[in-house]
Write a protein that binds this ligand. Sequence first.
Ligand SMILES: Cc1cc2nc3c(=O)[nH]c(=O)nc-3n(C[C@H](O)[C@H](O)[C@H](O)COP(=O)(O)OP(=O)(O)OC[C@H]3O[C@@H](n4cnc5c(N)ncnc54)[C@H](O)[C@@H]3O)c2cc1C
Ligand code: FES
Length: 505
Amino acid sequence: MTNLLGKPISFWLDSTAKTTYPKMKNVTVDVAIIGAGITGITAAYLLKKSGKTVALIEAQQIAASASGHTTAKVTSLHQLIYADLIERHGEEKARLYGESNQAGVEFVATTVEQEGIDCDFQRNETYSFAKNKDNLDKIQKEYDAAIKLGLPAEFATETTLPFEIAGAVKFNNQAEFHVRKYLLHLAKIISGDGSYIFENSRVQTVEEATPCKVFTNDTTLLARDVLLTTHLPIMDQGLFFAKTYPQRSYIIGAKINAEKAPRGMYIGVGNNYHSIRTTPTENGDLLLLIGGGGHKVGAKSETEESYQELEQYAHSYFDIDKIDYRWSSQDYESFDKLPYIGKLTPANNHIYLATGFNLWGMSKGTMAAMILADLIQGITNPWADVYDSLRATPFVTSESMKNNLEVGMHWVGDRLKGLTKWSTDDVKPGEGKLINLKGETIGVYKDKTGNVTAVSATCPHLGCIVNWNSAEKTWDCPCHGGRFTCDGKVIQSPPVKDLEPKLLS
Ligand SMILES: Cc1cc2nc3c(=O)[nH]c(=O)nc-3n(C[C@H](O)[C@H](O)[C@H](O)COP(=O)(O)OP(=O)(O)OC[C@H]3O[C@@H](n4cnc5c(N)ncnc54)[C@H](O)[C@@H]3O)c2cc1C
Ligand code: FES
């Protein structure tokens, strides 16, 4: 077992208090919002301000899933996107993408000011950089596309990074913040006057009716409209699990002297890129955040390697003493590079969703909430058509075929996995392993004291076989990114049920 460095918790969670909202009750509201990340919290805030009563329902704790594990750059510069969008969707849609994400950035800035939110918000520049000449043409194309679309782009060759770069696209007047300080403040404005926040309340399903019914295992809530802001929708009807794929990535945090720290927010391009920013800490130090090591969820078991690569990168380029934090998270990427925002299916009049933020959900989740709030109120939104969740989906591109094929291979191939002859001695303390017991694949985990837990390795979502994630000590589903604790409790949608407990005898 590898000894990883740094406290295994997101800095955003470690530096804010835990929330303690009650469990869901049988109440009636105008809008039920399921999932309290940046999308759900922002939508609930907007709808409450518009005069609606809302219930924000969270399976675990609010602002603690992807939105509590991000790098929290709030920008419309999404690594390389604009040249690609122009090619795929044309100039007008690319322009609306830029405009709507800029609006997301400005919404955060205005809300911080209007609500007086103390969240380390600051304007800053973002850079997408090519370290060497191999990727310079991509940077040039992105710069040209951004200028064509009227975005605040500059071409840069100098940065405050501690290494030379070949070139970068730079967007001015973007932003960074402490994401949980921002979201927890918005949450305080949501509850009260007939509106609610519920935690530890995993929604099992929603029934469209007049009003809609939202079910947890022991409660039913009624609402005229329902927003599924669960990252990937928990309802399968719109097939969004097949229109996106889950991508996991890693972050480390290390204290750094302000004089030696880079200024601005950075992301590399090409293979094995890194994402870089700093954030202030309570005692006045700066924490350098470095992200990277991305891979499809469930596609890698030895996930410690991703952290080790980040540690090496941090030590080789930055003047830091030690690694203070490490954490990881995931996001859903859409095959056509646009998020899905709108109705669940053409048959649903009152159930809406937002997903597919391609690792840029601070601006996109905010912008999605603005669109959803307008749709619910019958207000025409200028960007709604670009992201229409009912749009024709390019299932049959070579990219989506490859991804779906990989998922399919997991589906079939993974069933053959697992040790057939084994004893509990084969599983080391702190390790999880798949075994084959009487034809069934079982996930076996041994804790540090030698206690063994066994669960069915079949994901309750659509039946794929989960894979062990050694750094996080979780069972991760390679098909649509569902994740479970080492003893099988669901922690990441789309599944809503736990892995079935098993007896080994
Ligand atoms: C490592 C990493 C770095 C990133 N850095 C950036 C960045 O710098 N800038 C940027 O713009 N984006 C970044 N992103 C992307 C961004 O963090 C996400 O796109 C965004 O947080 C997604 O927000 P969300 O509200 O859709 O989902 P989440 O924050 O995951 O919220 C969904 C919520 O729904 C809840 N839920 C799920 N199922 C149920 C259920 N059945 N019942 C009730 N609740 C349920 C979950 O518990 C969760 O709290 C990064 C992503 C990663 C992985
Ligand atoms: S998450 Fe869909 S099958 Fe596991």
